[in-house]
Design a protein around this ligand. Sequence first.
Ligand code: URA
Ligand code: CA
Length: 433
Amino acid sequence: MRMVDLIAKKRDGKELTTEEINFVIEGYTKGDIPDYQVSAWAMAIYFQDMSERERADLTMAMVNSGDTIDLSAIEGIKVDKHSTGGVGDTTTLVLAPLVAALDIPVAKMSGRGLGHTGGTIDKLESIEGFHVEISTDEFVNLVNTHKIAVIGQTGNLTPADKKLYALRDVTGTVNSIPLIASSIMSKKIAAGSDAIVLDVKTGAGAFMKTAEDAKKLAHAMVSIGNNVGRKTMAVISDMSQPLGRAIGNSLEVQEAIDTLRGRGPADLEELCLALGRQMVYLAGKAASLEEAEEQLKEVIRNGKALDKFKEFIANQGGNPAVADDPSLLPQASFLIEVPARQDGVVAEIVADEIGTAAMLLGAGRATKDSEIDLAVGLMLNKKIGDRVQAGESLVTIHANRENVDDVIEKIYANIRIGDHAEAPVLVHDIVTE
Ligand code: URA
Ligand code: CA
């Protein structure tokens, strides 16, 4: 087999065989096939697309390029959840204990990563003592006994994806549905769960700016999952404005605790229920999505969800008292209000730019070596569709520096007040095939 022939075949719109796709991915991972040939191949895929079979083959070739996690020692159906990324997305912190409270095993491998705020692990580390440096045996034991544990990323997962994603980043081939879908799904499949629930975001703060593109990506990922034997469903959700009110690490932990008590922001609760009911259904604990949702609401009402959160924190060395006393979380030194400059209705809150404002305070990493300040961030006091009077606070800045003029400027530039606006639809679509 010659790489040049496979580039030409795809360029001409023909379907590649399983062997041909394996040849490209194995050769590229080993370093036998050079970057320039793989970039031409990726560009051919960008223009010619891939069939469902090719997408599944590409995904599995990347899964098989490195280690895979074996969760078979954990009893029950393991359901993982993945979000394509947004601003102030606190859902994992809520969903993990919420679903575990229904005796569904949550074996979460998580990262830190770059972004407007830290990853799930950074957020959890704002709880004193909490740590994810546990052995695989301990991880398995915790999930079998308590149904929930979080561990840091281990092993050399999907090296082919790492290499290909970095190459796509500099060759104009990131924005391709078959390449994005196989990239995301390869990582989820290598992480070992039996079923996968996807939260595909759409809007300014998302990868996919329109609901139509988000739907195409969701279908592509759901079909890959189902074709390789992992039950998969997706929710398409709005990310035109940040989710919930909190953007920041300890602020989001507090927001998650409020939501587990049934007192969280309406949009965050709605999305957690939409994703949670798919997780419960795929885990085989409910006969329908409606029944699954009732079960979730019940464990919020009866306090089991919050108790599960405390149990989870204590198991991994953290102080569970934070659940009842949020002042135990890191607190910023300065609280600064950003008042509205006119009367009206909030018409726009540009998610990614507001996320960047939180990052300027130190809530997220600009480069992989930057330090995160767990205490800082933003609290949105108004969301799209809310009426506001001049002088009323739009946002509360939690800062550890006194001068935050840069942050205030960014907030004013990205919250627009108009005459009328409606709250955006949060859940656009449910994708099951
Ligand atoms: N996120 C990924 O992990 N891969 C892509 O290709 C795009 C977004
Ligand atoms: Ca939030």
